[in-house]
Design a protein around this ligand. Structure first.
Ligand code: TSB
Ligand code: ZN
Length: 583
């Protein structure tokens, strides 16, 4: 998806289109007052006060018509420079513009752009005439608080986008439509993968049987893979005492992201936002020698974070999540090799899921932010330069981002773009010199001395929640056979004649661990086949007289029109190969 802000010419065009929008709104709603109309990644918007009037998507058509009229009449767009007095006089009826003028730095030249009977404050630049704004589209309308403050009035925000030619606009609208159809929240509902309810609360998703089946496969997949890589898995409680989080430092640096304390008699408990403190104590449960390291403690662990209700988004950002977590306890001389192993594990998993569109981000602290980050410059400098060096040595292509580190250390994050354009972290690998200190972790070195291990925090799938959101959007809900909630849908051509045989095949596949459904409803064959496709079931079996007579099965693979006939044993072989290859 195009990022308008990254293209200078497109930015100018969209800025001018925002003025065009305001111009048309002024014609249609003479009492409208205008706040700001900036260019954003997705195009432009304008925040407008329409008094008591509320507009909706239907009104956009009329506004569009008026905008087209102004485009057609080819008005020149002229820049004028004003003194503060002149500006205040021109905009005397618009309190929002007066606010802007009053708050401008004294030395700044006030400029405005005029097109016919409409004038608006603006730094510019703009296109020279309204004729150049032909290829635009108004996209949506929503409410937005004046200055983003919920104590203020709600203004109407109209969004749009403008291109240089119709072809680019059409292409963009198609991409938007595609993104809408990929949105995991929409597909999650249609394919009955997960749901939420206001009685449960925002950011708290319930996984339906279909979604739960996919998740179980993901859990088994990653647990098996980690076991092969030398991980040990544990179970630890979702609750911990406040003291546990005071010890770890979460209390000082992460409290705002946690649910409040539960007080009972003499106890103070919290729902954990992370699993590290529990895993530190698991390490501490026994004595370790340098020969035992690395020790890799993994857990598929529920965590709770008090995400803002406005920020939660389907399964992508939730308040209860399940991490594919592990903490690796390593000697300083093992950091490089162990980070490399984590990176390779990430890459191997991405290959299995065909994940290709991602970037590596080295997430660093913001030195100024003493609240968010543990205050020890020496420790930070060491951790950051060490992680940067490892990544450089590994020849990874990464970019750096200030202020994105965890409170305890720098991270290597894998960033992806969701269908609706959110930039989110999927996998993460983090270097930590702090928690070993806070929990007084040790191992015995070759000389018999007690020394500190280093901790690597890592999550390969991130959380099952976010990973599922990603998978749904990438596959458009058409999961590969090994993950699909239903792998094969068996449909008899005629219930009267072919149901017995269909049942036999259904039992055969189930016996062989294929997730199979039998559609024995009294519906038309065409209807049942269409529904099988709508549900994105990888294989649909259509069994009629031919199949009964020859003891064969005829299957249609999702996404193809062709029907293939084979023996049931060969079909099973095809399925097993498909599952094994994960494709
Ligand atoms: C990796 N202590 C580490 C852990 O050992 C940790 O908690 N890291 S984290 O804060 O970055 O979270 C791990 C992963 O959880 C992130 O990479 C991201 O993929 C996922 N995640 C974070 N917040 C949410 C959320 N609100 N909803 C869904 N997934 C989330
Ligand atoms: Zn951790």
């Amino acid at each position: 998806m195009i990022n308008v802000k990254e293209h200078e010419q497109l930015s100018i065009l969209n800025h001018s289109a925002a003025h065009l929008l305001a111009h048309a709104v002024k014609h249609l709603y003479p009492n409208a007052k205008f706040w700001v109309g900036p260019v954003i990644e997705e195009g432009f918007y304008y925040d407008i006060d329409l008094g008591d009037e509320v507009i909706n998507e239907d009104d956009l058509e009329q506004i569009t018509k008026e905008m087209k009229k102004i485009v057609k009449s080819d008005k020149l767009i002229k820049r004028i420079e004003l003194s503060k007095e002149e500006a205040l006089e021109i905009f005397k009826d618009d309190p929002y513009k007066i606010d802007l003028i009053e708050n401008m730095p004294a030395e700044e030249i006030i400029s405005a752009y005029k097109q016919d009977d409409f004038i608006d404050l603006c730094k510019g630049p703009h296109v020279s005439t309204t004729k150049k704004l032909k290829h635009f589209k108004l996209l949506k309308v929503s409410g937005a608080y004046y200055k983003g403050d919920s104590k203020n009035k709600v203004l109407q925000r109209i969004y749009g986008i403008c291109f240089e030619n119709e072809e680019d606009l059409e292409k963009h609208l198609e991409a938007l439509e595609d993104a809408k159809n990929r949105d995991h929240r929409k597909l999650g509902k249609e394919l009955e993968l997960f749901t939420s309810h206001e009685l449960v609360g925002p950011g708290l998703q319930m996984w339906l049987p279909n979604g739960a089946t996919v998740r179980t496969e993901l859990e088994n997949y990653i647990r098996t893979k980690e076991t092969k890589e030398g991980y040990d898995h544990v179970y630890t409680p979702s609750l911990g005492s406040v003291d546990l989080y005071k010890t770890s430092g979460h209390w000082d640096h992460y409290k705002d992201d946690m649910f409040p304390v539960m007080k009972m008699d003499n106890e103070e408990l919290v729902l954990r936002p992370m699993n590290c403190p529990h895993h530190m104590l698991i390490y501490k449960n026994s004595l370790h020698s340098y020969r035992d390291l690395p020790i890799r403690i993994g857990e598929l662990a529920p965590d709770f974070r008090y995400e803002a209700s406005g920020a939660v988004c389907g399964l992508e950002r939730v308040r209860q999540m399940c991490q594919n977590d592990a903490h690796l306890f390593v000697r300083p001389d093992q950091i490089k090799e162990e980070v490399a192993k984590v990176v390779n594990l990430i890459l191997s998993v991405y290959e299995d899921f065909n994940i290709t569109n991602y970037s590596f981000r080295l997430s660093l602290r913001d030195k100024e932010d003493k609240e968010k980050y543990f205050d020890d410059d020496e420790m930070w400098d060491k951790a950051e330069s060490e992680l940067r060096k490892v990544l450089t040595d590994l020849n990874l292509n990464f970019y750096e981002a200030k202020g994105e580190a965890a409170f305890y250390g720098p991270k290597l994050d894998v960033q992806i773009k969701s269908a609706i354009g959110h930039d989110v972290t999927l996998s993460t690998c983090q270097l930590d010199f702090l928690l070993p200190e806070r929990f007084d972790l040790t191992y015995t070195n070759e000389k018999g001395e007690k020394v500190r291990p280093v901790v690597i925090h890592r999550a390969i799938l991130g959380t099952f929640d976010r990973f599922m959101a990603y998978l749904i959007e990438e596959t458009k809900g058409a999961f590969p056979l090994w993950l699909a909630p239903t792998g094969v849908n068996v449909i008899p051509v005629n219930n009267g004649y072919h149901l017995e045989y269909a049942k036999e095949i259904y039992e055969f596949l189930k016996e062989n661990d294929i997730r199979t459904k039998l559609d024995a409803r009294d519906e038309k064959l065409g209807y049942k086949i269409r529904e099988s496709v709508t549900k994105k079931i990888p294989f649909t079996l259509i069994l009629g007289q031919n199949e009964v007579d020859n003891q064969t099965v005829s299957y249609r693979k999702y996404g193809t029109e062709e029907t293939v006939t084979v023996s049931k044993e060969d079909f099973l072989k095809i399925l097993k190969e498909n599952i094994k290859s994960k494709k």
